[in-house]
Design a protein around this ligand. Structure first.
Ligand SMILES: Nc1ncnc2c1ncn2[C@@H]1O[C@H](COP(=O)(O)OP(=O)(O)O)[C@@H](O)[C@H]1O
Ligand SMILES: [Mg+2]
Length: 299
């Protein structure tokens, strides 16, 4: 075959079947795929990055799609490879979306609505006290987290005073907080590939938690986004330069507008159970990804 790409895609939740479909469709375009290219097992040797004695840097593209298993080592090699070959997502887009502060900052610079946020040095906790008076409720967020883990809702001054000593012990460089948005405890997850709308679903928080994440007890439901939601997701994906993006959006009931919570660079395909529920965007997503790889792989 004339072109060869490397791929590392998650295998749980139906990922293995998705991989098979992508590989097949690429083969029809005369593109060979080397799968299971886990950079965890790669080594850099002089000017090359070797995986099973194969030079990864000589491939025509690398497609990295495994959120759960990414380690610092893999990210380090991701960055190096991105300097010499096309990658999906690009390292810059990947690194940006891994960080909620960097993402929100860039989105706001480009006029994309997000919750109000503030970042301050860990020694400037007096700022937090001040914001608390203005915002009434806020959310403390680890900037590199996922699945709702570590998010803490701060409801009043007393909670903040109680929390600060714990946060101080955690050896953080900074505090990132957002105004707590009054919303209906549901969100939109909108998938965008190559600038095109792929699909959408909603998540609803369980009765006992304010977070919509599945890991926090939230549940998925079918949801048709209106044009405004789609346009917002497209804009967010464009600003972040993500070839593939899953944009999380909620409706701010006080400001009466949609806001972007975060952009995920490795949004999951619909699982077999979700497909049974009626979430049917996988085919479109696979087709758009195959087109994208075909276009971006070195000729
Ligand atoms: N500023 C906020 N106001 C109200 N709820 C929020 C806010 N930020 C996040 N949430 C809730 O917490 C969930 C997780 O937040 P998110 O920023 O998407 O982080 P994660 O990467 O952990 O999913 C969201 O889906 C939403 O339900
Ligand atoms: Mg989220």
């Amino acid at each position: 075959m004339s072109r060869k790409i490397g791929m590392w895609l998650y295998s749980n939740g139906g990922g293995d079947k998705i991989q098979e479909k992508i590989v097949k469709k690429l083969r029809e375009r005369d593109i060979e795929t080397l799968t299971e290219m886990n950079l965890r097992h790669a080594v850099a040797k002089n000017g090359h990055i070797l995986h099973n004695d194969r030079k990864v840097d000589k491939l025509d593209l690398f497609f990295s799609y495994n959120a759960g298993e990414q380690t610092q080592y893999q990210v380090f090699l991701y960055q190096a490879l991105n300097r010499v070959m096309p990658m999906i997502n690009s390292y810059d887009a990947f690194a940006l979306t891994e960080d909620k502060f960097q993402t929100s900052f860039l989105l706001r610079q480009h006029g994309v609505a997000t919750p109000s946020f503030k970042l301050c040095h860990r020694d400037d906790t007096h700022h937090l006290q001040g914001i608390m008076k203005k915002w009434e409720k806020m959310v403390y967020k680890p900037t590199d987290g996922w699945g709702g883990v570590g998010l803490t809702k701060i409801e009043n001054q007393a909670t903040l005073d109680m929390l600060l000593p714990f946060l101080n012990q955690m050896d953080l460089r900074f505090f990132y907080v957002e105004k707590f948005v009054k919303y209906d405890n549901t969100d939109y997850r909108v998938d965008i590939v190559d600038g095109e709308f792929v699909g959408c679903y909603g998540r609803k928080a369980s009765g006992t938690d304010w977070r919509t994440n599945i890991t926090s007890g939230g549940s998925v439901f079918l949801r048709e986004p209106d044009d405004e939601v789609i346009a917002l997701a497209k804009k967010a994906a464009e600003v972040c330069s993500t070839d593939i993006a899953g944009v999380d959006i909620i409706y701010d009931m006080e400001k009466e507008e949609y806001v972007v919570l975060e952009v995920n660079g490795i949004p999951a395909f619909a699982t077999p159970e979700q497909e049974k529920m009626g979430l049917n965007f996988n085919k479109k997503k696979i087709d758009l990804i195959v087109d994208l790889i075909d276009r971006k792989a070195k000729k």
